[in-house]
Design a binder for this molecule. Structure first.
Ligand SMILES: *Cc1c(COP(=O)(O)O)cnc(C)c1O
Length: 372
């Protein structure tokens, strides 16, 4: 059926120019394409926790099943209470999101007008530019330094039109990180009318003495908003739950645009259960450290350079003269899914998430075969 109306013309300008976020290739999609069993595929493409969910999360979900007919607690009382105890914050500071991506959308809709600017680093997470474009804002991308944020240059890029600066610590896809000294110096330079969104999606993985806890800077910087997620170290990517922490005033504004029941009861319960499962989180981090070591060792053995990463993923450079997309395809043919990062202005790199030790070995063997 073709109509006379061009609905694309009717869409708001920001949406017309939008290109959807490109996620990692799903396991079932590759299984269909190759005629393989899903069990034979290793997905190391979306920085998911390879250990599977915490058993406590599964118990919590089972406990919620009987209440499936009820709306979830729109205020997320129990999860907020657990977050407050775990993180030493107050409930009025929290905004719950359907994934922390939700918070990125809220903050942009609350504070950014058509024609305004946001500032991001080169090689930064793609969602920031997407949410800004949706509201008609321009994204100012500041060249990276050694693949990391150049905070001096980012502070200099702030203009009268800047509403939000997005900082990712550690950054995805590069795995680079900022010290407390660097971050504080930046916060001191930025005018208070400019919001700073500090995305700490990989906070739990970082074990560096100089790595800052953004939550401890909120008192001093009222323009700071910190986001965290249950999708990575907490192993709940499918449930979509994350949160923002800010001043109560900003949290109140963010909560005004939050859809009423944006986090479902399974997500609320599983997040609360995993938050207190410290054994699960420390096991996840320990496995990640061991896996990172193994992959870095393999890159050395294969003579590949990589970008040192403190996250649960690492970018490696394909050899000169080799096309990264050919390596990506070669790995797919062997049932291994990694992530191309050409759309992050890193066409010679591929990003691989750290898997279980068995998955890491499958990846190393497949990469060795593809490159030989
Ligand atoms: C994975 C990731 C997130 C988390 O997204 P969710 O919506 O919480 O699943 C946020 N920021 C960055 C940089 C990420 O890599």
């Amino acid at each position: 059926m073709t109509g006379a109306v061009d609905f694309t013309e009717l869409a708001v300008e920001g949406v017309r120019g939008l290109r959807p976020y490109q996620p990692g290739k799903p396991i079932d999609e590759l299984a269909r394409e190759l005629g393989l069993n899903e069990a034979d595929i290793v997905k190391l493409a979306s920085n998911e926790n390879p250990l599977g969910p915490s058993p406590k999360a599964l118990d919590a979900i089972r406990n919620e099943l009987a209440d499936l007919t009820r709306y979830p607690d729109g205020a997320g009382f129990e999860l907020k209470k657990a977050l407050c105890e775990a993180l030493d914050i107050r409930p009025e500071q929290i905004t719950l999101g359907n994934g922390s991506s939700d918070i990125l959308d809220f903050i942009t809709r609350v504070f950014v007008n058509d024609g305004d600017e946001i500032v991001v680093s080169q090689h930064a997470f793609a969602i920031y530019g997407l949410v800004a474009k949706m509201v008609g804002a321009n994204t100012i991308e500041v060249p990276a330094r050694n693949f990391g944020h150049d905070l001096e240059a980012m502070a200099s890029a702030v203009t009268e039109k800047t509403r939000i600066v997005f900082i990712t610590n550690p950054n995805n896809p590069t795995g680079t990180w900022l010290t407390k000294t660097e971050l504080v110096r930046f916060m001191d330079q930025v005018p208070q009318r400019v919001l700073v969104l500090l995305d700490e999606a990989y906070f739990e993985y970082v074990d560096e003495a100089e790595y800052p806890n953004g939550l401890r800077l909120l008192e001093q910087y009222p323009n700071l908003v910190v986001t965290r997620t249950f999708s990575k170290a907490y192993g709940l990517a499918s449930l979509r739950v994350g949160y923002g922490v800010s001043s109560p005033e900003i949290a109140d504004l963010l909560n005004r645009v939050r859809p009423p029941f944006n986090v479902d009861s399974f997500a609320l319960a599983a997040a609360k259960a995993t938050l207190t499962d410290t054994d699960y989180v420390s096991r996840s981090v320990a496995e990640n450290n061991a896996g990172m070591k193994r992959l870095v060792e393999a890159f050395h053995a294969l003579n590949l350079s990589h970008i040192p990463s403190v996250g649960n993923f690492v970018c490696f450079k394909v050899p000169t003269g080799v096309n990264a997309m050919d390596v990506y395809q070669g790995l797919l043919q062997r049932g291994v899914i990694v992530r191309p990062v050409a759309n992050y202005e890193m066409p010679e790199y591929l990003r691989v998430s750290i898997g279980t030790s068995a998955e890491n070995e499958v990846f190393v063997a497949a990469l060795t075969a593809v490159l030989s």
